[in-house]
Design a protein around this ligand. Structure first.
Ligand code: GAP
Length: 453
C-alpha cells in the first residue's frame, strides 16, 4: 500500500469524519455556512471526553483552581477595556479580479509581486483593518446603546469576575480560574476543516500570581500542558513548543509559548501559553473604576495580580487527535485473509465508544440475550455499543474505523456448550494489537475501567 500524501490523508480524514458522524458542515442541506461545523454522535463524544479530561486535571484534581461559566454576549465596555474593540482585527485585502477577501498573510509572492492565492490576480486593494468580532444588539432597540458582542475569547469574563470569585472561593495566590466555552471570530478565511472556524470552543485557564512568580509559572504551565496532550494520546514527536519572539508577542506579555502540532496541512498552533502580566486586570480596574487588587494577609501588601494563561482550542485538539490517531493497516477477515483496515487509535480515555459488544450470531437467542446482559452490565460505567449485524470481522472493522478500543464477542463457549470451564467468559479484543483474550464476564467492568483510565 502506498503512503498517502498529506493532502490525501487530510481528504480521507475529512471524509471519514462525515461518513462516520464525527463532524458535518453546519446547515449543510442549505448549502452550508462557511467556517461553521456541527459535531455528530461520535464527534460530540470525543469533544466531551477532551473537555471533561481538561476539567478533571485542572479543576477537580487540584486545590488551587476553580471553574466558572460566563455569558457569551458581552458588554461592550469589557471588550473596549481589553482592547478588542479597537484592535482585534486582521489586515484584509480584496482581489479585484475574483473578488476574494484575503488576509494579508495569505497572499502569495512571485518575483517580488504579491498575488491572489485563488486566481493569481495582481490587482489588489490596499490593506484595511477588519475587526473579527461579531456584533449584535441586546433588547428591543437597535442603536449604538444596545451593542453587545459575541465573545471572541472566554478569558475576559474570568478577568471581569476575578473579584467575585476571589471572595467566594477564598483562595490565596497563586490560584486559577478555569472556563470552557464557545468563542466567536469572524475569520476572513476560515480553512483547514475545523482548524480555523468562526465559532469554536476554548478551554482557558487564568492562573493569577505574584509578579515575581510569573516567569517560573510560564515554564510550569508549558510543561503541564504538554503532559495533557500526551495523556490524551497525542504523540510527543508531533508536538512542538515555539518560543514566540518579542516582535510577535503582545506588548504586555513578558513571555509566550505556542504549543504546535504537525497537522497534515502543516505545523500549526494548538494552544498559547502566555504570561500576560497584570495587563488585563489593570485595564478592567481602570475602565470600570472598581478595585481588582489583591490583599496579601501576610505581607499586608495590596497589588494587582499577574496572570499566566494557557489557552487551548477544543476543536483544534479534537482535529489533532483525529489526525494523530488516523491509520491504515492490514487486518485478517473472517477467512483469515489480510484486508486493508482504517483505524483511529484513540486513547481509550478519548475514544467515543469504549467497548463494542457482539453476539457471534444474531439468530441465536441465547447469544443475543447474553450480549445484551453484558451491555447492561457495562453501560453504567462507560459508553458501549451493541452490534449484531454482519460477519464478526466486518463488525470489528467498523469499530476500528471509529476508534473503539475494545470489542467483546459472546460465542458458544460463553454458553458453556463446548467446555464448562469457559462458561460465562467472552473474548475481549484489543483494537491495536488485535489480540483476543478470554475473560470472565464478571471481571469486565474492572478490567475495562482500569484500561480506560
Ligand atoms: N485568550 C487568549 C486567546 O484567545 P488565541 O491564541 O487567540 O488566544 C487560543 O486563542 C486558542 O483558541 C488557539 O490556540 C486555538 O486553539 C483556539 N482558536 C483561536 N482561534 C480559533 C479559530 N478561529 N478556530 C478554531 N480555534 C481557534
Amino acid at each position: 500500500m502506498s503512503t498517502p500524501t498529506n493532502a490525501e490523508r487530510m481528504e480521507k480524514i475529512v471524509s471519514l469524519c462525515k461518513r462516520r458522524g464525527f463532524i458535518f458542515q453546519s446547515s449543510e442541506i442549505y448549502g452550508g455556512l462557511n467556517g461553521l461545523w456541527d459535531y455528530g454522535p461520535l464527534g460530540v463524544e470525543v469533544k466531551r471526553n477532551v473537555k471533561n479530561y481538561w476539567w478533571q486535571v485542572l479543576v477537580h484534581e487540584r486545590d488551587d483552581i476553580v471553574g466558572m461559566d460566563g455569558a457569551i454576549l458581552t458588554h461592550p465596555g469589557v471588550l473596549k477595556a481589553s482592547g478588542h474593540v479597537e484592535g482585534f482585527s486582521d489586515p484584509m485585502i480584496d482581489c479585484r479580479a475574483c473578488k476574494a477577501h484575503l488576509r494579508v498573510d495569505q497572499l502569495i509572492e512571485k518575483q517580488g509581486v504579491k498575488q491572489c492565492p485563488n486566481c493569481g490576480g495582481k490587482d489588489l486593494t490596499e490593506a484595511r483593518q477588519f475587526n473579527l468580532m461579531f456584533e449584535t444588539h441586546v433588547g428591543a432597540t437597535s442603536d449604538e446603546s444596545s451593542i453587545a458582542y459575541l465573545r471572541p475569547e472566554t478569558a475576559q469574563s474570568i478577568f471581569v469576575q476575578f473579584k467575585n470569585i476571589l471572595e467566594v472561593s477564598r483562595k490565596k495566590l497563586p490560584f486559577g480560574i478555569a472556563q470552557i466555552g464557545k468563542a466567536f471570530r469572524n475569520e476572513i478565511n476560515p480553512r483547514n476543516f475545523t482548524f480555523r472556524s468562526r465559532e469554536f470552543e476554548q478551554m482557558e485557564l487564568e492562573y493569577f500570581c505574584r509578579p515575581d512568580q510569573g516567569m517560573e509559572l510560564l515554564e510550569y504551565w508549558k510543561e503541564e500542558r504538554l503532559k495533557f496532550y500526551e495523556n490524551i494520546g497525542i504523540s510527543r514527536a508531533s508536538l512542538h513548543v515555539r518560543n514566540v519572539p518579542d516582535e510577535e508577542r503582545a506588548f504586555y506579555s513578558k513571555g509566550t509559548y505556542d504549543i504546535e502540532y504537525d497537522f497534515p496541512f502543516g505545523r500549526q498552533e494548538l494552544e498559547g501559553v502566555a504570561y500576560r502580566t497584570d495587563y488585563d486586570l489593570s485595564q478592567h480596574q481602570k475602565a470600570s473604576g472598581k478595585s481588582l487588587e489583591y490583599f496579601d494577609e501576610e505581607t499586608k501588601e495590596k497589588f494587582i495580580p499577574h496572570v499566566v494563561e494557557p489557552s487551548a482550542g477544543v476543536d483544534r485538539t479534537v482535529l489533532a487527535l483525529i489526525c494523530d490517531t488516523y491509520g491504515e493497516d492490514q487486518a485478517p477477515n473472517d477467512k483469515g485473509e489480510m484486508e486493508a483496515r482504517t483505524v483511529l487509535r484513540f486513547h481509550p480515555r478519548i475514544a467515543p465508544i469504549k467497548c463494542a459488544i457482539f453476539p457471534l450470531l444474531k439468530n441465536k437467542e441465547q447469544l443475543v440475550t447474553k450480549a445484551k446482559e453484558i451491555v447492561g452490565l457495562l453501560r453504567p460505567h462507560m459508553n458501549v455499543f451493541y452490534d449484531e449485524s454482519g460477519a464478526i470481522g466486518r463488525r470489528y472493522r467498523r469499530q476500528d474505523e471509529i476508534g473503539t478500543p475494545f470489542g467483546i464477542t459472546v460465542d458458544f463457549e460463553t454458553l458453556g456448550e463446548k467446555d464448562q470451564t469457559l462458561r460465562e467468559t467472552v473474548t475481549l479484543r484489543d483494537r491495536d494489537t488485535m489480540k483476543q483474550e478470554r475473560v470472565a464476564i464478571q471481571d469486565l467492568p474492572a478490567i475495562l475501567r482500569d484500561r480506560i483510565a
